[in-house]
Design a protein around this ligand. Structure first.
Ligand code: BMA
Length: 818
């Protein structure tokens, strides 16, 4: 088998549609893998679509047809030789021609295509052309044929198998990509090739790993075929009589792969060699891990749980939802993915959910998760819409599902296949949606029949869920007592304290918006004055009514900010508070609640969004709040049976024992009540600690705080909302000391400091602070470390009030306004 990539010499031109004069007729250099927007940016013929208001100006690109061409040199196919041209991914509606012969038409970005080019390939120069039709026009025509079906956004993304958020989302731009988005290569072979390698892995109670490698052969010649499989120091071989074979290997005493926080992530190389008459003709390599996974959904006294069980151990899923890490997918490097997964792990996460409006994530993504012990829940790609179950969609859905199940099956990090995002409540609950169907299909058959059948056939080692959210039987899909739940009343309609009105069995989506970091915002939006409602700003705020929802979410808690910079800090802080409030509630209910997946970890462009990490990879204050709220050991103050209770959550294999020091004190530092509470929390469980009235009943609720501390864990309980509290607006002193690689900022609280933060990016674009949203009692000290390559002329900028701030400073803004 000889594989040669065909990535060089590509040119691009617009061949139809409303092409602006300066671009019409021009051939531009093109990158493969790549996409039209990126090629046009590189050729300086369009502005950066993420910048200011350019997104809308580029809408013409949605209606343009494009042509990619290259000439590559190759030998003609020898007699008996097979030559295939393989596209791992075409985005999306393509006609592929080689030397003028049409090889085929495609209309699905989520799968690969293989063309037999024996008869078209020439000795010497070969001209390859990929013509891409407007995906939007195609989708509209497809919809006209299939019948209109409801969707959450204007374009018919549900009538084409293309990343749904390519057509815009409530955090993403409407920039409809087109291109050859995955590798292209020529494969030359004779005899046979390994068409499919699908290892299914199990571990028995004796600790022996079972690897069943399912193989499919593509044969060009009749030979004696043998497959040799090696892993874990063992080798097995089997004769392949027909086109399929299964080779089984037993690996005794396997080292188990664990999620982060539970153990290591040993990975084993797996090699499959195909021999024809004893001579190797093809080889495939995979990396596998040994672990078991089930989801416990056996009904119990409160309803239907949804608890991941890995290697027999029940796991609270701490994590977030994942969207494509850049709207322009082909720019996402393995390094960028690795940094993002590192951030997730550093924020104490152990699970990411790959959301169904994006893509079947890449091997780079899954490799990074395999290596770090991040569990992955992968949605099938259906989101917030009804989908036709008729052709041509149906065939494409089956083909992409088969291909991606087979591709991803090897990854130990993958622990769940899920049918869709929110399409079940769309049918059951969303006002007026079902009535629009008039009896037409809507995707139910995919989620309850086709997809579970394919998973059972190709990947019986993993659980399948019909959708997210999902409740069994005839229950409303979003029922709080059964299965997974999405909480969107918070953000859309009600205050975040409403999180406590439900105790879901698994919270698969919940979140709150906030702006990106200051530097990211100003890198991408340049208008003056910049306000939450200025035109270019609103281009980057895609949520319906987003600005009002931010304001409504803020008002019950924090003072009204005096200016834009205060608004920026206050809305970021409120986002952090809202999500942490949710996480602490959900964790306090373990094991009844078995997961909290924040909406959303990452951004795909500079946006005002629910993300914890912005599109320039900078952590927002929310990120630090998540990290604290997901700490293995958490103290949290929660209402239980009309009583304010301290709950200790121990997500650790060791018991948590010691003493909780609890005080009620004034902001000025006068201690009014103290208690020492013995703490004993068994591994992976919670304990409730009763607090006496003298701790719970403030003399003056405006200037007192209850602080409970055990080791590194600490809970702060205020007796009112920030906007009503009498904070000292200047509650600390701070000194800066240069250290290797950055600066140390020593903060000393002169009065109670709530949510100390250092917005390091304001000082240097690469500056990152190690922690923030730390609260300090009067008299306490805390050191923040800022890492940066910059040498600051004036290190004292790090303690400027707009850089080193806290919740108290938002209050000060209101004072200024008064
Ligand atoms: C959920 C997600 C996304 C959306 C988010 C925020 O429903 O599934 O569709 O971006 O809410 O509105």
């Amino acid at each position: 088998m000889m594989r040669t990539t065909v990535h060089d010499g590509w040119r691009l031109r617009a061949v139809g549609g409303p092409v602006p004069g300066p671009i019409a007729g021009r051939q531009l250099p093109a990158r493969v893998p790549g996409s039209t927007h990126l090629d046009l940016i590189a050729a300086h013929v369009i502005p950066d679509p993420y910048l200011d208001g350019h997104e809308a100006e580029l809408a013409w690109m949605h209606r343009v047809d494009w042509e990619y061409t290259t000439v590559f040199h190759a030998g003609a196919a020898a007699p008996g030789e097979r030559t295939d041209l393989v596209f791992d991914g075409l985005d999306t509606v393509a006609t592929v021609e080689l030397n003028g012969d049409v090889l085929g038409h495609t209309a699905n970005m989520h799968r690969g295509h293989r063309f037999d080019v024996r008869n078209s390939l020439r000795e010497g120069a070969n001209e390859l052309t990929v013509s891409l039709k407007s995906a939007l026009t195609y989708a509209e025509q497809a919809e006209a044929g299939l019948g209109r079906r409801q969707r959450a956004y204007p374009h018919p993304y549900n009538a084409i198998r293309k990343m749904a958020c390519s057509f815009g989302w409530d955090w993403g731009p409407d920039l409809q990509t087109a291109g050859i988005w995955k590798p292209v290569r020529l494969e030359r072979w004779d005899t046979a090739r390994l068409a499919q390698v699908r290892p299914l892995i199990a571990v028995d109670s004796a600790g022996t790993g079972h690897v069943d490698v399912h193989l499919e052969l593509d044969r060009a010649a009749d030979r004696e075929y043998t497959a040799v499989v090696e892993t874990g120091g063992r080798t097995e071989r089997a004769t392949v009589a027909g086109d399929t074979a299964t080779v089984s290997i037993l690996v005794p005493d396997v080292r188990l792969w664990w999620p982060v926080g539970y153990g290591d992530q040993p990975l084993y190389d797996l090699t499959v060699t195909l021999l024809a008459d004893g001579r190797p003709v093809d080889r495939a390599r995979r990396r596998i891990g040994f672990r078991t996974v089930t989801v416990d959904t056996a009904p119990d006294e409160t309803g239907t749980p949804f608890t991941f069980v890995i290697n027999g151990r029940r796991v609270f899923a701490k994590g977030a939802n994942w969207i494509p890490d850049d709207h322009f997918l082909t720019r996402i490097t393995p390094q960028r993915i690795a940094r993002r997964i590192d951030q997730a792990v550093d924020a104490n996460m152990n699970m990411l959910r790959v959301w169904g409006g994006g893509i079947y994530e890449t091997d780079d993504f899954y490799d990074a998760c395999d290596e770090r012990g991040v569990l992955v829940w992968q949605d099938f790609l259906f989101a917030c819409a009804f989908y036709a179950e008729e052709q041509p969609l149906r065939g494409e859905v089956e083909a992409e599902a088969r291909e991606n199940i087979t591709r991803l099956v090897t990854h130990p990090s993958l622990v769940l296949w899920n049918g869709n995002n929110e399409n079940l409540p769309a049918y059951a609950d969303w006002a007026g949606w079902r009535d629009t169907l008039a009896g037409r299909s809507w995707g139910h058959g995919y989620y309850t029949d086709l997809l579970p059948r394919l998973v059972a056939e190709l990947d019986p080692t993993r659980p399948y869920a019909p959708g997210s959210p999902y409740s069994p039987g005839d229950l409303p899909p979003n029922d709080a007592h059964h299965g997974t739940r999405h909480e969107w009343d918070v953000w859309n309609a009600v205050d975040y304290t409403h999180y406590r009105t439900h105790t879901p069995r698994f919270s698969a989506e919940f979140g709150f918006q906030g702006p990106p970091t200051w530097t990211t915002l100003h890198r991408w939006i340049h208008e003056q004055p910049l306000t939450p409602t200025s035109p270019a700003f609103l281009v980057h705020q895609k949520a319906g009514d987003g600005d009002d929802k931010l304001r409504r979410g803020l008002e019950p808690h924090l003072p009204v900010p005096a200016d834009f910079e205060q608004w920026h800090w206050a809305t970021q802080l409120n986002q952090a508070r809202a999500v942490a409030f949710g996480i602490e509630h959900f964790r306090s209910w373990w094991p009844r609640t078995a997961g909290a997946l924040v909406w959303q970890l990452n951004d795909c462009w500079p946006a005002i969004s629910w993300a914890a990490v912005d599109s320039d990879e900078r952590p927002k204050p929310l990120y630090y709040a998540i990290k604290h709220a997901f700490a293995p050991r958490l103290l949290t103050v929660q209402p239980r049976d009309d009583r304010t209770t301290l709950i200790a959550v121990n997500d650790h294999d060791q018991p948590w024992t010691g003493i909780v020091q609890a005080t009620r004190q004034t902001f000025a530092g006068q201690v009014l009540a103290t208690a020492e509470l013995p703490l004993h929390v068994p591994p992976r469980s919670t304990a409730h600690l009763d607090l006496d009235d003298d701790l719970l009943k403030p003399a003056d609720e405006r200037c007192e705080v209850l602080i409970a501390t055990a080791g590194d864990a600490r809970a702060h309980h205020l007796f009112g909302e920030d906007r009503d509290l009498d904070y000292d607006p200047f509650p600390f002193t701070a000194d800066v000391t240069p250290i290797t690689g950055g600066y140390r900022i020593d903060v000393r609280a002169t009065s109670y400091v709530r949510d100390l933060a250092l917005l390091a990016d304001k000082v240097a674009p690469d500056a990152v602070v190690d922690d923030m949203l730390v609260s300090l009692a009067a008299g306490e000290s805390y050191s923040l470390l800022v890492r940066t390559s910059a040498t600051l002329d004036q290190p004292s900028v790090l303690v400027r009030p707009d850089v080193l701030c806290c919740a108290n400073t938002v209050a000060r803004a209101e004072d200024r306004q008064r």
